[in-house]
Design a binder for this molecule. Sequence first.
Ligand code: AGP
Length: 608
Amino acid sequence: MCGIVGYVGGREAVEVLLDGLRRLEYRGYDSAGVAVLNGQGLKLAKAVGRLANLEAELKQNPVHGNVGIGHTRWATHGAPSVRNSHPHVSYDNRLGLIHNGIIENYRELKAELQGQGVKFQSDTDTEVVAHLVARVYQGDLLKALAEVLPRLRGAYALAMVHEGEPGRVVATRMGSPLVIGVGEGENFLASDVPALLKYTRRVIFLEEGQLADLGREGVRLHGPDLSLLPAKVHVTDLTLDAAEKDGFEHFMLKEIHEQPRALAETIRGRITDGRLDLAELGLTAETLKRVRRVALVACGTSLYASMVGKHLFERFTRLPAETWSASEFRYADPVIDDSVLVVAVSQSGETADTLEALRLAKARNALSLSICNVMGSSIPRTCDGTLYTRAGPEIGVASTKAYTTQLAAFALLAGGIGRLLGRVSEAREAELVQGLMRLPGQVKALLDKDIVAVKRCAKKYKDVFNFMYIGRHFNHPTAMEGALKLKEISYIHAECYAGGEMKHGPLALVDANLPTIAIAPRGGTREKLLSNVQEIKARSGVVVLVATEGDAAAKELADYLIEIPDCAEELSPILAVVPLQLLAYYTATQLGRDVDKPRNLAKSVTVE
Ligand code: AGP
């Protein structure tokens, strides 16, 4: 997601725009830019990377004016670069536009415009909107925007200025947030409230499909047909810090609750007319013909996602798949050649070990793909193709929405490759597609359910020194990830085993002081895992059981039962991990830990 701001009033626009963008930088920091009107036309300033680079640019080449728009980018289409940074300008250089979201049908619109001789300056989806509005502009920017909107598909919050109307900012939203700030003789707009709080607490939350017309003296709201609408002004009591976290106490909790939207973004555009659609990867049956084996390389949470990915690849492609800790892969002289598909998995796209493992695989002629959350980062730039998770920036050190969206990406990738190889029937594909489409709603329902058992368990066991996590097959990695979450933010030790391993030694650890988190959703190993739970109970062990809603046997056995919605076994790790994320979070907050910045750790490990 990106951050957008706009201003019209008596102040230096650049000052207000930069201040707003600073408050929104957590939404994306690949590049930033401003467009200002000053009576002598449209003036632009842009820079790649953090906002500080734009500030330096503006120090060198100041831009003056009282009306303008600004943008801090989180790239979805078009790698981070000056040419791809917003604001984008129309072919006549008179209109500046900024966008947060994805224009899904931009390819066809771009082809139409190029057919009419429009020269594109960027690789982004956004630029098409600037040209479309300019093409119909006849002196009224609001009218021109209203005329173009019906042609756009996807999600957008748009703001624009035109040198023909130097005292005006026009904006609209569909699927991406936009809030208006109402001042005295000045008005503002932004993606989020933090950007406004320095200047005003009077805000209007733009509704879906509404258009906003900002002048120095006032704000007018319109429907898509330009009918005038009443503007409901709220006085917000949000503090700046609370607003950046959307009212959540920590970024981690905010990101746990962003998972429904993040999963929807991961899936968006990869299921077309009910079929898996990986056209963006350019993979063909031809390219894949040489592949005999799949090797997944990653670190930390991404490694556990890869362990689920292994099972997904083997289930849907029937290709043997193996997972490697990237730091091990690099020094193990692995057997890699052109018959291997290597998939590197990384939220940041900058993890040193994963990047070097990928380079080693490429040097041995492997076909290479990546699953990544940061557009244009080093890992995607090194491999043959990338499936972006589009989860939005993940600020909390403990990875949450990146993990669940990696799992969804693996399901898309394994299912899509399985189909290309002719190993997934249409019926099987339809099942997987339906399961994926239901996920965002199921995660939302899970999060909306106040999971009392999680909070009770966190409260009761926050002072124990050891937890045990167990799972099998698709949910053994879930147990690994749940244990890591607890360890890295609460600093409590947690052991993790495949359930079948317990009687080979770890069962000796079990007594009344050792809580065991057992993950047993509906699936091929549920019965066996419930037997492991019985073994633990027989030795006075306490069991927190994650099971599918309505599982009577689980209810009978559990000391604490956490129910998750019913779903296909292959997708159950996405639902099962959510209560484990929350258990770690509530345990850590009960202990007063620094949840977003846990000791000894960093968000991206760019050194060996
Ligand atoms: C997980 O909560 C940690 N933040 C850490 O294990 C992380 O997953 C690992 O460092 C890999 O990072 P990446 O996904 O950015 O490559």
